[in-house]
Design a protein around this ligand. Structure first.
Ligand SMILES: [Zn+2]
Length: 171
């Protein structure tokens, strides 16, 4: 999964597979480099208003044309709440503030990398809804009538949890 190095990024020599810490990893033939692979953290928002949840339509691969919660990968200098609020603004133009942590999901069906997705329940504080550069559409869907084409399993699982919590009066 993800892009594997073919050559050592430190010295340029070839990599060979070796067991390190009980896992097969690529290690450099010449230097100390070990190609550890870890999930990439992402963060996003769950904005529910009057029984409807905000989703965005993917403009780019993978899963172009499918729907997800507004979310994206964290930058190196960013914490999870900052990333979630930034992604909401970039993808939907809405200003949001955090209400609470909703849940954390692991995802293994994104062809780019394994992902740890941190989702926050948020409320809207401003802005006018319009889709941003990464999205081809942004709109609210009734929680009882979500689109069939949710792009990633983590988002499908999260939305099922949102439906349950909403039905139980917890959102
Ligand atoms: Zn090397």
């Amino acid at each position: 999964m993800g892009n594997l190095y073919s050559y050592c990024p430190l010295c340029g020599d070839g990599l060979v597979e070796k067991s390190v810490d009980h896992k097969t990893r690529k290690v450099c033939k010449s230097c100390e480099f070990i190609h550890y692979q870890n999930p990439v953290p992402a963060a996003g928002v769950i904005l529910v208003e009057e029984g409807r949840v905000l989703l965005v339509k993917r403009k780019y691969e993978p899963r172009v044309g499918m729907w997800t919660l507004p979310a994206g990968f964290m930058e190196m200098d960013e914490d999870a709440p900052t990333c979630a609020v930034r992604e909401a603004k970039e993808e939907t133009n809405l200003d949001v503030e955090l209400v609470r942590l909703f849940d954390v999901y692991s995802a293994f069906d994104d062809p780019r990398t394994a992902v740890v997705l941190v989702l926050y329940l948020v409320r809207r504080t401003g802005g006018e809804l319009k889709c941003g550069d990464d999205a081809s559409d942004a709109r609210y869907f009734d929680l009882t009538d979500l689109p069939q084409t949710i792009a990633f399993r983590a988002h499908r699982t999260a939305l099922a949890d949102v439906q349950k919590q909403f039905a139980a009066g917890l959102i």
